[in-house]
Each structure stands twice: as structure tokens, then as C-alpha cells.
Design a protein around this ligand. Structure first.
Ligand code: ATP
Ligand code: MG
Length: 292
């Protein structure tokens, strides 16, 4: 809300235009990502989609999506179930390659290089663009081996103990597991498992971390830990997160992309603007829970 909209005269303006009294469509109570100062980093574009369509056989899951995701920030993807959020995320690190029916058209650039070019190795790409899924999915291995796994298959040299510790620290899990690194990752709580998966993803030093509803299977305390962690991660990485939770998107992201049914990107911009004063009525209706 801009300053001049805020001029209220002597009386309580109970009959004022709801747009001005209603201030935020969603009450966030906390600052949005844009207010944290991360934007000061410059926010160069790291990922750019140009006219991306995705089909599963004949079904069009994404419809002409173009957007530019800034580096070193948190970008949230929101929208109703089935609108293509996960599909978009999976385009970025070519996870859709693993789905036989999927076909991607258009350009998807990572640092100005099309990730679908013939000379791009998807395995190397996925080292640069890590992913965390909705259900925590640790391997049936020790905590240590879960975190070390990616570095081993990538043949990353260096002190493995140090790298494992660093990743677990950055994932805010080290203090809870440092004395039981040999324990199976599957024996951790759901929230710990998800932080283990985040540690596994960041252990290979990716540039981007994709998260597909990383907290939706967790209780409020574990969710809040993951949100704090995302805030920390954004100091080092670009984070792109899908969430169904509007308050979460408003709390943690700098930019928000709103997809609607049919795989269309309806609006993309600063999170504050999307939540306080969106351009499109359909976005406002979605955010305020009128559908979706
Ligand atoms: N592997 C697949 N094969 C066929 N169709 C798929 C596949 N994955 C997704 N789809 C279809 O593509 C569309 C977009 O799905 P997607 O999973 O990207 O949506 P979403 O926005 O992530 O939904 P949700 O919020 O429920 O996770 C849906 O119509 C879905 O049924
Ligand atoms: Mg999904």
C-alpha cells in the first residue's frame, strides 16, 4: 500500500473503499521476502522461461509460460491443484525427461543457456539445480551416506566429513544428528527427514534449489523450521518453491508466480504486490480463497 493511500482523516473510515481499508488481501503479520533486503543482491535473472508449453500426450499442462526468475531470491509458485506448478518446476532441471508422456516446447534458460540443448547433460544439470519433494524421501541409508551420496556420484573431491557436516549445518540439522550419523535416515522424524533431504540437495553446491511443497506433509513446528531454513538458504542459493499455503508464500518469497487452471501463468511479480494489490481479479479471487 502506498503512502498516499494511507491518508485517513479524523473519523474512522468504516465506509471507506474496501481496497484501502483491507490493505492486504492476506494478513501476513511478518515481512515478505522483499522487505528483508535480499533484493539488494541485484536479482539478475538466473532462470528464464520463454513461451514454454508442456504436454503429457495430448494434455496441455503448461500454456505459453514466460517468466524470469531472479538469482539469490525466493520465488513462490502458487495456484490451484493441477495448474502445472510441479510440471514447471520439473522443466527447470529436466525431471520431465523421466516422464515418457511429457513433451516440452519453448525455451528454458539457466544463465542464458537452454537446458534442453543437446549438449546439456541432465545429470550435471541436476547437480546445479537440486530438488526437494513434498514427501521427504531419504534413501534407506545412514544419515551420513544420504548427504554424501550426491557428492560421491558426482565425483566431488575434498574432505567428505567436512562437506557432510557443512550441509547438515546449513540444513539446520547438525545439532540434532551429529552423534548419530550412522543411524538410518528413515529413522528420523518427518521434519528431520525433510531437512536431511535439503542437506542432501545442497551438499553438491547447487545454484538453484527447487522445492515442491516441501512443508505440506509436516506439522506447524517442523514447517516453521523449514521456512526459517528457506530464508537462510536464499542467502546462498536461488530458491523456487511450490506451495499451496498462501501465508507461506507471502511470508517467505520475494517473487510470486500465480498459475491458474489450464497451465497459464496469470501474474508474476513482487510478492508484496501480488498479495496486496494484484493486477488480475482472478488472482485476487484465488488468493482470498474464492476458488481453488
Ligand atoms: N506424469 C504425468 N502424466 C500425465 N499427466 C500428468 C503427469 N503429471 C502431471 N500431469 C497432468 O498435468 C497437469 C498439471 O499437473 P501438475 O502436477 O504439474 O500440477 P500441480 O499444479 O503441481 O498440482 P498439485 O497442486 O495438485 O500438485 C494435471 O492435469 C496433471 O494431471
Ligand atoms: Mg504439484
Amino acid at each position: 500500500m502506498s503512502k498516499n493511500e494511507n491518508t485517513i482523516t479524523t473519523e474512522e473510515s468504516t465506509d471507506a473503499d474496501p481496497k484501502t481499508t483491507d490493505e492486504k488481501l492476506i494478513s501476513t503479520e511478518v515481512t515478505t521476502g522483499t522487505e528483508t533486503g535480499r533484493t539488494a543482491a541485484g536479482g539478475r535473472t538466473i532462470i528464464e522461461a520463454r513461451n514454454v508449453d508442456v504436454y503429457y500426450d495430448d494434455l496441455r499442462a503448461l500454456d505459453d509460460v514466460s517468466l524470469q526468475i531472479p538469482e539469490g531470491q525466493v520465488t513462490a509458485m502458487i495456484g490451484p491443484s493441477g495448474c502445472g506448478k510441479s510440471t514447471f518446476l520439473r522443466c527447470i532441471n529436466r525431471m520431465n525427461d523421466l516422464v515418457d508422456a511429457a513433451r516440452v516446447e519453448g525455451d528454458l534458460l539457466l544463465k542464458n543457456k537452454n537446458v534442453y540443448d543437446d549438449d546439456v547433460d541432465p545429470v550435471a544439470l541436476r547437480r546445479r539445480v537440486g530438488m526437494v519433494f513434498q514427501e521427504p524421501n531419504p534413501f534407506p541409508k545412514s544419515i551420513y551416506d544420504n548427504v554424501a551420496y550426491g557428492r560421491r556420484i558426482q565425483g566431488l573431491d575434498g574432505d567428505m566429513d567436512e562437506a557432510v557436516e557443512q550441509a547438515l549445518r546449513r540444513a539446520a540439522l547438525w545439532d540434532e544428528v551429529k552423534d548419530q550419523l550412522d543411524k538410518s535416515g528413515l529413522d528420523l522424524s518427518g521434519g528431520q527427514q525433510q531437512r536431511l533431504c535439503i542437506a542432501r540437495a545442497i551438499a553438491v553446491d547447487p545454484e538453484v534449489v527447487l522445492m515442491d511443497e516441501p512443508a505440506s506433509a509436516l506439522d506447524p513446528i517442523a514447517t516453521s523450521k523449514i521456512e526459517d531454513l528457506i530464508d537462510e538458504l536464499a542467502e546462498e542459493y536461488t530458491v523456487v518453491i511450490v506451495t499451496h499455503n498462501m501465508q507461506q508464500a507471502a511470508r517467505i518469497s520475494d517473487k510470486t508466480a500465480v498459475f491458474l487452471t489450464g497451465g497459464e501463468l496469470i501474474e508474476f511479480g513482487d510478492t508484496e504486490k501480488i498479495f496486496e494489490n494484484p493486477e488480475h481479479q482472478r488472482v485476487e479471487d484465488y488468493i482470498t480463497g474464492k476458488f481453488g
